[in-house]
Design a protein around this ligand. Structure first.
Ligand SMILES: Cc1ncc(COP(=O)(O)O)c(C=O)c1O
Length: 388
């Protein structure tokens, strides 16, 4: 029998990533040193008390029932975190957990969009921003993030489209371009969204990984935001709770409750030990989060500064656990460059074109190796002679 799949499956071909992975495996088999800077999984550990809370809860048989809802202590912990970290006052009805922001962004369109509704997403952008709404049958329109516009959406130019669109996804500090938005941007965005009756979804995965004195904020700290905004908040990067899959949707009560209704059809709640670990993370001290940010800053300096010192003009990331680099002179295609870089140096990174058409001609490095290893990777690039 010939199996027939949904036509959307064609959009999810692994393509280049499969080829890159096979190439990487081949290098490993040959005994070559591989510097894997392609995947955004933190190599730092979760705090011991977070792991203890999960382990302790996992030993109690009553914690293996369907959870069905967020523990009230978990909701309280989010309220406390938002108050302390962002100066935002949240009500319990303005909070729900998701299995990581990825899952939340993948599904929220199903609770908001009818077929062919327009959704605005950034180019370049993190892939789920486009995949999520497209699962809901929405029509995607991209807005460009360009240097001329300081990598922010041009709100004036988008006015007409904003009138027609259902929602817009915004995210700073921004993966993959590693740029931040000033508070003044959000202060302009909120009244603009209200004027155009447009919902804003802010993906706030990296507010704790931000450099050079910049401050990571919640969009909900901007006056009027709760009227038109929700925010995804993730425990994956601030607390290295990545594989536990825990994030939150916060903000506009009606939007949160509407999404909760949808998710209650497909989900019976997060495993209770994971909820207990999240409570430990959210109610714990701030110092480890700040110290970790400082470690990422040193890695950023080793990578961006290191590449600049050997003649590759890679700008310093303003935030996120990544670096965004224009491909060196003499190369035209980012994917071909990634392949050649891997072959000649063992350094793995991600082609910028996998983040949208404006990602072309760039590559993304993840800051997921220690400073010494990043320094060795930079040296390997220098010695390879791949740079002009
Ligand atoms: C911008 C952005 N949003 C969301 C996610 C997914 O985070 P989570 O682990 O909470 O699903 C990532 C992960 O790399 C990301 O970079």
């Amino acid at each position: 029998m010939e199996l027939r799949f949904a036509s959307r499956m064609k959009d999810y071909e692994e393509g280049i990533f499969q080829v890159l992975n096979e190439k990487k495996e081949e290098l490993v088999r040959q005994g070559r040193t591989v510097y894997n800077l392609s995947v955004g999984t933190p190599d730092f550990q979760p705090r011991q008390d977070i792991m203890d809370a999960v382990a302790e809860a996992a030993r109690r048989p009553e914690n293996y029932k369907y959870a069905l809802r967020d523990l009230p202590e978990l909701t309280e912990a989010v309220i406390g975190r938002y108050r302390k970290r962002y100066g935002v006052k949240l009500e319990p009805e303005e909070i729900m957990s998701v299995y990581g922001s990825q899952e939340g962004i993948a599904h929220i369109g199903l609770s908001l969009c009818d077929k062919d509704d327009i959704v605005l997403v950034p180019d370049p952008g993190y892939p789920i921003f486009a995949i999520g709404p497209s699962l809901a049958g929405a029509r995607l329109m991209t807005y460009d993030l360009t240097e001329e516009n300081h990598y922010l959406p041009d709100l004036e130019a988008l006015g007409e489209l904003a009138d027609k669109a259902k929602f817009m996804i915004v995210s700073y500090p921004m993966n993959p371009i590693c740029k931040c938005a000033p508070r003044s941007f959000y202060e302009a965005l909120i009244p603009w969204a209200r004027k155009h009756e447009l919902l804003i979804i802010h993906d706030n995965a990296y507010s704790d990984i931000i450099y050079d004195g910049r401050k990571g904020i919640s969009i909900l700290s901007v006056p009027g935001a709760k009227e038109v905004c929700v925010e995804f908040y993730s425990l994956s990067k601030s607390f290295n709770y990545t594989g536990a899959r825990m994030g939150f949707l916060t903000g506009n009560k009606e939007l949160v409750q509407n999404f909760k209704k949808l998710r209650s059809q497909i989900d019976y709640g997060t495993f209770l030990p994971v909820q207990y670990g999240a409570i430990a993370a959210l109610t714990g001290p701030d110092e480890p989060v700040l110290e970790q940010c400082e470690e990422y800053r040193k890695r950023r300096d080793a990578l961006c500064g290191g590449f600049r010192s050997i003649g590759w003009n890679v700008p310093d990331s303003e935030g996120t656990m990544f670096a965004w680099a224009p491909i060196p002179e003499g190369f035209e295609d980012d994917t071909a460059f990634v392949m050649e870089l891997m072959e000649r140096t063992g350094v793995l990174c991600t082609p910028g074109s996998s983040f949208g058409k404006l990602g072309k001609g760039h590559v993304r490095f993840a800051l997921t190796l220690p400073v010494e290893t990043i320094t060795q990777a930079v040296q390997a690039v220098k010695e390879s002679g791949i740079l002009p």
